[in-house]
Every structure is written in C-alpha cells, then in structure tokens.
Design a protein around this ligand. Structure first.
Ligand SMILES: NC(=O)c1ccc[n+]([C@@H]2O[C@H](COP(=O)([O-])OP(=O)(O)OC[C@H]3O[C@@H](n4cnc5c(N)ncnc54)[C@H](OP(=O)(O)O)[C@@H]3O)[C@@H](O)[C@H]2O)c1
Length: 322
C-alpha cells in the first residue's frame, strides 16, 4: 500500500480507502460478519482511511466499523463520516436555503450520534453529505463545526458533492474553510479534472475520489443479463434498458488490463490514482476478495500517458441517478 498527503492536514492516508455504503444499506442482503472481516482485511493490508456516513443504514455502517476497529485496537485509522441534510434531500437544490439542510444544532446532534455509533471520542473528518455553493456565508452551520473542533470532537471538515456536479463547490474550496472534498471521479466521469482539481491544488484541499467503479460497471463484472437483488438500489440505476449500452462501453476498456494490472477494477482504481490531485480513492467493498484485489492496485505504478490519453475518449457524460 502506498500513502499520500491528505491536503493540508499533514496526515498520510492510504491510496485505497474503504468505502462502506455497500455494507450499510440499500445494496441487497446484509452480511455483517463478512463486512467486518472485509474491514479487518483492509486494515491488515495497510488501509488507514475508512469513509462512512450516518445514513448508511442509520448508523449501521458506523457500528460495523466500530466492531472492526475493536479487533485491531492498536491501529490508527482515519475515520471520515457525514452529516445528512436535515431535509434528507439528495442532491442539494439551489433554491433551498442552508437552514433547511444544515444548522449548528443539526450538525452537533448528528456528530454526537456518529460518535456514539463509532464508539469513539472524535471523528477525523466530518463532512456535509451534500453541498451547494449558494450556502456559503449563510446560516450558522460553520459555528457548529467550530464548536465541535474546539471540543476535540472533530479534527477536520469537508464536503461531499452532489453526483456529477464537481463545480458546485469551487467557492467553498477557494474560501479556505474546508480540508477536503469528496467527488465522483472515474473513467466515465472525468469532469473534476477541468475546474475542481486545479482549485483544490491551489488551496491545498484534499480530494477523495468516490464511486471509482461507477457503482459496479467499471469492475467489468456486469452483463446485459445481470439481475440485481430486489433490495439493491442499483436495479433502478442499471435498468435492463441501460445495461447493454453500459456493458458495451465497459468492454471497450479491456485494453487497460495488462501485465501487473490483472483486472479492470484495478485499472479503474489506477485511473483515479494517476491524477496527482487525488489524495485517495474509496471503492465500496464488503467482500474480502474485493479488498485484496483493490488494495493490490496501490503498487506505486500509475497508468501510462498513452493509456490516459486513450481513456479521455471513453468519458461518458450521463446521470443515471436521476
Ligand atoms: N454522496 C456521497 O457522499 C457518496 C455517494 C456514493 C458513495 N460514497 C462513498 O464512496 C464509496 C464508493 O462508492 P460506491 O460504493 O457507491 O461505488 P463503487 O465503489 O463505484 O462500486 C461499489 C461496487 O463495486 C463492487 N466491487 C468493489 N470491488 C470490486 C472488485 N474488485 N471486483 C468486482 N466488484 C467490486 C462492490 O461490491 P462489494 O461491496 O460487494 O464488495 C460494490 O458492488 C461508498 O462506499 C461511500 O463510502 C459517497
């Protein structure tokens, strides 16, 4: 496992972080034992950053992390969680005032809940689970962050951006108020490269690249016949009408599998890590074999310039979340 500096925090984080939405909720049948084992496997392979959120099963994913950390008590693991918006509205809408999403009281209340679920005295990174630059300079939410920092309950503060809207946080990045942004960045959605990454570089804000596999397609394991578990939200993302086109686009990426890059999943992770502005990538993982395969992608070798040039032609501008 290789490590990178997490923006201005002076903390070294593993290039592969553990995304935990898939073990929390809405991804089909739960298997908590395997999920905990996958977290422990990650830690044993050098992962020191785990991303979670209160809404991943109403604290369920946070509780699984607490159980895994109990099995590795000596390891220093950087935990990032998220406060849900008060109105539970994803994505954040422009016309909605910040008071409907985040207030001082709400941020403190949810941080306390997450601390309890995680069974910790502090959270390394507290993130707002949605963001909208029109909120900057309004409301009292920053007072909540300040108070929590003063009390030692959170160390750093960041925002997680709306799906496929990397330019919705340029102002808060430039404001110097945040330590990190979390953004969709993968072979299909390369848009953060244009404006977000340069502004993050200028202000030394860490970039957490999320959804590296486009919710699974970029692992190369889906087929036009894939049927999702009835409780897997992706049945409305990769609908039977969309799957043939998705698979057709993914099949054109097989040129990336070569030598030490054994699978498309590893190539998809290396794509994210090939951008110098990316601090780490956080694949969702609840299976040990996925953990092993993904951690092996952090071997210090990035994609070649030729491969990266070719990947540019595979960007795909679409939003299946709507
Ligand atoms: N708004 C937000 O802030 C937001 C939104 C989305 C995601 N996130 C964060 O970002 C993380 C990553 O995004 P995501 O989990 O939605 O999507 P993702 O990482 O693009 O894809 C996750 C899917 O890929 C599978 N997978 C992982 N490694 C694999 C491998 N080597 N081979 C085959 N399949 C593999 C996972 O399976 P298993 O889980 O079964 O191992 C899961 O089905 C989340 O877990 C969460 O922490 C944040």
């Amino acid at each position: 496992m290789q490590y990178r500096l997490f923006g201005r925090t002076k903390i070294q984080v593993s290039e592969i972080g553990h995304g935990t939405w898939t073990m929390g909720s809405r991804w089909g049948a739960r298997d908590d034992r395997t999920a905990i084992d996958s977290l422990v496997a990650s830690i044993d392979l050098g992962v020191n950053f785990i991303d979670t959120a209160f809404v991943y099963g109403h604290g369920h994913s946070e509780g699984l992390i607490a159980s895994a950390l109990k099995l590795r008590p000596k390891k220093e693991i950087f935990i990032a969680t998220k406060v849900p918006p008060k109105n539970h509205q994803w994505p954040a809408q422009h016309a909605v005032p910040v008071e409907e999403s985040f207030t001082k009281k709400h941020i403190i209340e949810y941080t306390e809940k997450s601390l309890k679920n995680l069974r910790r005295d502090f959270i390394d990174l507290q993130q707002l689970h949605v963001w909208n630059d029109t909120w900057l300079g309004h409301g009292d939410f920053l007072e909540g962050i300040e108070k929590l920092k003063q009390e030692g309950k959170i160390r750093f503060f960041g925002v997680s951006l709306n799906d496929h809207q990397p330019n919705s946080a340029l102002q808060i990045v430039a404001s110097g108020l945040i330590d990190s942004v979390q953004v969709i960045y993968n072979i299909f959605d390369q848009t953060p490269e244009t404006k977000l990454f340069p502004v993050c570089q200028k202000h030394n804000v860490a970039v957490i690249a999320r959804v590296p596999f486009d919710e699974g397609s970029l692992t190369g394991t889906l087929t036009p016949q894939t049927i999702f578990h009835p409780k897997d939200w992706r049945k409305t993302y990769f609908t039977p009408e969309r799957l043939p086109e998705v698979c057709q686009k993914v099949n054109k990426l097989t040129f990336l599998v070569r030598d030490e890059i054994k699978t498309l999943s590893q190539a998809a992770l290396k794509f994210c890590l090939s951008h110098p502005q990316v601090s780490l990538v956080i694949p969702g993982m609840k299976k040990i074999n996925h953990v092993k395969e993904n951690c092996a992608a952090s071997d210090g070798k990035i994609l070649t310039g030729e491969e990266l040039e070719k990947i540019k032609t595979h960007a795909w501008n679409r939003n299946f979340y709507n």
